[in-house]
Ligand binder design. Structure first.
Ligand code: CP
Ligand code: NVA
Length: 311
């Protein structure tokens, strides 16, 4: 049987296919419990710290609400309010937090910070987004796809746009779960070459095909899911104008979506910019777009994660 107690959650690659499937099943079970009003408080008496060095709507609210629903308590720790923002080291922060808390979620810039926090902390550390990875989002996303399609293995997900944290975690998640992932990005905005190679290696075990292409139509061809994300991620705001030019041919719109399967799902981690990475017609089309199901599942998937790691 699967026991994830005490583990960190830094990237999907740290977990086996079976462990990720277990977390998705647990998320669905916990979602049903919540919808049916069943009392479920395995984190009673436990406290989770949420460190934010970047903005957040979904991650903050879903972690705070999720912890509360599980009977625990969450502390919002903005970098402006804790000594980390004034230069206290990650090692000391980790050591101190480990004496008070039962788990830490961190959203930051450099991925190294998440890795270091996990190295020095004696309690589980969850990556709530770094420049390199967004595994909490992708866990919720694959739960969402599974709920809509009834299966994951053999599906094709097309990701159009920036080869960023979302692209990375989607490739790794796809590789682990047997979902083909085709990334289309402009020159100079490719995903990290090492992560592409690692995903392709991991995909051998599940039969998933992980590829990076130039032409969005090629990526979207016969796709079950079309996914996109902002052109300028947090920390890259000053590149907005240059990126608008570079990504001009990478908008997900009705014309591009014609190449996907007729029952394709549209997904976006949010926040979205209508008229940039996605047209209003696609993101607000209630037949295809499942953006709010994704956002909701952040709550359930992270509750599953906290129960498994801290429970
Ligand atoms: N998708 C996501 O992580 O959203 P927030 O930045 O609002 O947390
Ligand atoms: N790629 C985006 C995701 C936001 C949830 C960013 O890093 O800003």
């Amino acid at each position: 049987s699967i026991n994830l107690s005490g583990r960190d959650f830094i990237e999907m690659s740290d977990y086996s296919t079976e462990e990720i499937e277990y977390l998705i099943d647990l998320a669905i079970e916990i979602k049903h419990k919540q919808k049916s009003g069943e009392e479920y408080q395995p984190l009673k008496g436990k406290t989770v710290g949420l460190i934010f060095e970047k903005s957040s709507t979904r991650t903050r609210v879903s972690f705070e609400v999720g912890t509360y629903q599980l009977g625990g308590h969450a502390l919002f720790l903005s970098k402006n309010d804790i000594q980390l923002g004034r230069g206290e080291s990650i090692a000391d922060t980790a050591g101190v937090m480990s004496r008070y808390l039962d788990g830490i979620m961190i959203r930051t810039f450099g991925h190294d910070k998440v890795v270091d926090l996990a190295r020095y902390a004696t309690i589980p550390v969850i990556n709530g987004l770094s420049d390199l990875a967004h595994p909490c989002q992708v866990l919720a996303d694959f739960q969402t796809i599974y709920e809509h399609k009834g299966t994951l293995k053999g599906l094709k997900l097309a990701y159009i746009g920036d080869g960023n944290n979302m692209a990375h975690s989607l490739m790794i998640g796809g590789a682990k779960l047997g979902v083909h992932v085709s990334i289309a990005c402009p020159e100079g905005y490719e995903p990290d070459a090492q992560i592409v190679a690692d995903s392709q290696e991991m995909a051998k075990a599940t039969g998933a095909k992980i590829e990076v292409v130039r032409d969005p139509k090629v990526a979207v061809q016969d796709a079950d899911v079309i996914y996109t994300d902002v052109w300028a991620s947090m920390g890259f705001e000053e590149e907005q104008k240059a990126r608008e030019l570079a990504f001009a041919d990478y908008q997900v719109n009705e014309e591009l979506a014609k190449h996907a399967k007729s029952d394709y799902l549209f997904m976006h981690c949010l926040p979205a910019h209508r008229g940039e990475e996605v047209s209003e017609g696609v993101i607000d089309n209630s037949t295809h777009s499942i953006i709010f199901d994704q956002a909701e599942n952040r709550l359930h998937a992270q509750k599953a994660l906290m129960v498994a790691l801290l429970g």
